[in-house]
Design a protein around this ligand. Structure first.
Ligand code: PLP
Length: 364
C-alpha cells in the first residue's frame, strides 16, 4: 500500500469546528444575522451587475479608499477581508510564532481559537466569571513578554457583554509587544468604538463586519483597521482577491444607505427590550446584552428547549459547550415580526418542556 499524504502538523492541531448549518428553514435566531434583509439599494446594485464585473479580477483598493474616508481613516489603514473570519485568520498567520502566546478571554467567538490553534503559538484562555463581565484582572495577570495577540470581541459573543474603553486602553498599554484585536462585529447595536485610536496606538487592530446589521453575511465582507506599519504585513499574507467583485460592488451602496442601518438597529434594540421584558415575566435568567442577541440560561433542559423551539419553526443556538455556559442558549434579535415569533415560541417551548424558574439561576 502506498503511503497516503499526511496533513501538516498545523492542519492536525487546528481545532475542528462545524457550525450547525444545514436545514436552517424557519425564523433564524441562531447565527446573529440580520433576520430580514440587506438594504434595497444593495439589491439594486446586484440586479445591475455587469458582465465586466464578473470577468474582471476584483479590485479592492478603490473601495478601501471609500471605506477609509467614511471612517475617518487613511486608505493605508484599511483592509477589506472575506468576512472578519479572514481578518482573524490573517492576523494569526501574520503574528503568531512558536514561542508566542495568544490570550483569549472566554467564552468568546469560536474562530479566534480555531485560527489560533492552527499556529504554533500557545493559546491561553482567561475565563470570565459567572456574570460574564470582562475578566480584566485575570487577563492583566496573564500578560507576559511572550504575549503576542489578545482578542476582545466588543460586544462579546455569545454573552453580549462589553469591555470599556479604559480597559482596552490599559491592555494596549500593558502589552505594547502584542496585537490587541478589538472585534467590533456588533458595533452598530452598541454604538461605542475604539476605531478613533487607530493610527495613534500602534498595536491596536479593529474589525467590523457586514454580516450582522448590514444583512450581508452571504457576501462575506469584513473590514480590518490597523496602523499602516502593521498593515503591510497583513497585506502580504492575504490573497489580493479574497473579497469578491460582487461584495465590492455592493459595499458602497450598503454604506451609503445609513437610514436602512438605523432602521434595522432600531428594530433590534426595540426587540431586545421586548425580549427582556418577556424573559423577566417568565423568570428566565439572562445576561444583559449590548448586541443583537441575548444569552439565556435554561439549565439541564437546554437541548429539549432548542428542539421545542425548532418544532415551532424558530432556530436558536445551544451554547452549552462554550466555557462557563453550561445550560445556556443564545437567541438572536431581529425585526419585530421575527421577535414576536421568537417570544411566542419561547413561551410555548418552556411550557412544553415543563421548565420551571427554580431549576436554574443565571451564574449557577
Ligand atoms: C465576534 C464575532 N466576530 C466575527 C464574526 C464573523 O464575522 P464575519 O461573518 O464577517 O466573518 C462573528 C460572527 O458570528 C462574531 O460573533
Amino acid at each position: 500500500m502506498p503511503e497516503l499524504p499526511r496533513p501538516s502538523a498545523a492542519a492536525q492541531r487546528t481545532k475542528d469546528y462545524h457550525p450547525p448549518l444545514g436545514s436552517r428553514d424557519g425564523v433564524r435566531l441562531d447565527f446573529n444575522e440580520n433576520t430580514f434583509a440587506c438594504s434595497p439599494k444593495v439589491l439594486e446594485v446586484l440586479g445591475d451587475v455587469s458582465r465586466a464585473a464578473l470577468t474582471k479580477y476584483p479590485e479592492r483598493e478603490p473601495v478601501e479608499r471609500l471605506v477609509a474616508t467614511r471612517l475617518g481613516l487613511d486608505a493605508a489603514q484599511v483592509l477589506l477581508t472575506n468576512g472578519v473570519d479572514e481578518a482573524i485568520h490573517v492576523i494569526c498567520q501574520a503574528y503568531l510564532d512558536a514561542d508566542d502566546e495568544f490570550l483569549l478571554p472566554v467564552p468568546t467567538y469560536s474562530m479566534y481559537e480555531v485560527y489560533g490553534s492552527a499556529t504554533e503559538a500557545k493559546m491561553i484562555s482567561v475565563q470570565a466569571g459567572s456574570d460574564f463581565s470582562f475578566p480584566m484582572d485575570a487577563l492583566l495577570n496573564k500578560i507576559s513578554p511572550a504575549t503576542k495577540l489578545i482578542a476582545i470581541a466588543n460586544p462579546n459573543s455569545p454573552t453580549g457583554s462589553i469591555t470599556g474603553r479604559e480597559a482596552i486602553q490599559r491592555i494596549l498599554e500593558q502589552a505594547p509587544q502584542a496585537i490587541v484585536l478589538v472585534d467590533e462585529a456588533y458595533y452598530h447595536f452598541y454604538g461605542q468604538t475604539v476605531l478613533d485610536l487607530i493610527g495613534r496606538v500602534p498595536n491596536l487592530m479593529v474589525t467590523r463586519t457586514f454580516s450582522k446589521a448590514y444583512g450581508l453575511a452571504g457576501l462575506r465582507l469584513g473590514m480590518l483597521a490597523a496602523s499602516a506599519e502593521q498593515m503591510q504585513w497583513l497585506r502580504r499574507m492575504i490573497s489580493p482577491y479574497s473579497v469578491n467583485g460582487l461584495a465590492l460592488a455592493c459595499l458602497p451602496a450598503a454604506l451609503e444607505d445609513e437610514s436602512y442601518i438605523n432602521w434595522y438597529v432600531h428594530e433590534a434594540l426595540r426587540g431586545r427590550a421586548e425580549f427582556i421584558d418577556a424573559l423577566q415575566r417568565l423568570q428566565v435568567p439572562y445576561w444583559p446584552s449590548e448586541a443583537n442577541f441575548i444569552l439565556i440560561k435554561i439549565g439541564m433542559k437546554h437541548r429539549e428547549f432548542v428542539a421545542a423551539m425548532r418544532r415551532r419553526n424558530v432556530l436558536v443556538r445551544d451554547r452549552s459547550n462554550d466555557p462557563g455556559c453550561d445550560g445556556c442558549v443564545r437567541i438572536t434579535i431581529g425585526v419585530q415580526e421575527h421577535n414576536h415569533q421568537g417570544v411566542e415560541a419561547l413561551k410555548e417551548s418552556l411550557a412544553e418542556i415543563g421548565w420551571r424558574p427554580d431549576e436554574v439561576k443565571a451564574g449557577d
